[in-house]
Design a protein around this ligand. Structure first.
Ligand code: ADP
Ligand code: MG
Length: 289
């Protein structure tokens, strides 16, 4: 049975938009030494918009965007939504692709107008060095870049801008005063990770991580510091959420997979609630002990 103090914390949490799925999740959170954050949709708002489209190798800007948007229409990723929105804003007519495949944490591909198109990060689509460097140069400004290829040949790249959550730096600072180490784990490139880490003030960051590599990072943090909480919103975060000692999902904008996997849900996507949750969990733990 659940101790009255735990039940009371759970109902108090629920009233302020903090959902603990079980009593043991309160105890788990009270022990946490490290909180690992996903980037897109967690430390950032996850509402991206396209800032630049570049055609290369004789492909026009419009061709690259139309092909990318036609393929991305079948993806739920915030990058995909932004690319589709930009194509629609420019009045491009999207056409249905065939044999669509989504590779979580890397990109998408499909057959469109009898060619195989890929849209995604550099090491997923394999573009030549010159194009890669041109695109990645945008990363220093914190912009995410995805590359577009047709039958293995670079056709263009698309730069997208996200916004860091307004409360991110305050929440990270508050966690530090609770003696919790903060780490950013992202599938995006090092330049973008560094920019977001700097703005939010997290202690460490790791970039270019595939979903399984996020799990490896959780395990390594557990060995170095003790119990770890993971907070994320995406399909790509689910394995890391499952591996962590405590797991938190962004409730408003999070994917179903993240909501199902995580044991704690932030109903309003407010990062300050994590500090509140840790404080509440620690207090309960003292009472129960
Ligand atoms: P994060 O860890 O920041 O939440 P993801 O793991 O979802 O990011 O994605 C990592 C990278 O993979 C993105 O920065 C992007 O380069 C690429 N990517 C993932 N999904 C897509 C997609 N649908 N279209 C294009 N690129 C994608
Ligand atoms: Mg995410």
């Amino acid at each position: 049975s659940i101790m009255p103090a735990v039940l009371s914390a759970m109902s108090k949490g629920a009233r302020s938009g903090l959902l603990f799925k079980g009593g043991s999740d309160v105890a788990a959170l009270s022990q946490v030494r490290v909180i690992a954050f996903d980037k897109t949709g967690t430390l950032t708002c996850g509402e991206l918009h396209v800032t630049h489209v570049q055609g290369v190798n004789g492909f026009s800007e419009e061709e690259a965007l139309l092909a990318a948007a036609s393929v991305e229409r079948l993806s739920e990723h915030p990058i995909a939504q932004a690319i589709v929105r930009e194509a629609e804003r420019r009045g491009l007519a999207l056409e249905k692709p065939a044999r669509f495949v989504s590779v979580t944490g890397s990109g998408v591909q499909a057959v469109w107008r009898e060619h195989l198109w890929k849209v995604g990060k550099g090491d997923f689509v394999h573009v030549e060095d010159g194009v890669f460097q041109e695109g990645e140069g945008r990363g220093k400004e914190g912009e995410t870049v995805v590359f577009v290829t047709r039958d293995g040949e670079a056709a263009g790249w698309i730069a997208l801008q996200d916004r860091i959550r307004s409360e991110a730096a305050i929440a990270v600072h508050a966690l530090r005063s609770q003696e919790i180490r903060t780490v950013l784990l992202t599938g995006d490139c090092p330049a973008v990770a560094a920019a977001v880490a700097k703005e939010s003030g997290v202690d460490e960051w790791r970039a270019g991580l595939l979903p399984d590599e996020k799990v490896e990072q959780i395990r390594s943090l557990q060995q170095r510091f003790g119990p770890v909480a993971m907070i994320g919103d995406g399909v790509n975060d689910a394995p890391a959420l499952a591996a962590a000692d405590a797991s938190v999902a962004m409730g408003a904008a999070g994917t179903d997979v993240a909501l199902e996997t995580a044991r704690i849900v932030l109903m309003q996507d407010d990062l300050n609630k994590i500090t509140e949750a840790v404080g509440m969990a620690r207090k309960v733990n003292r009472i129960v002990k």
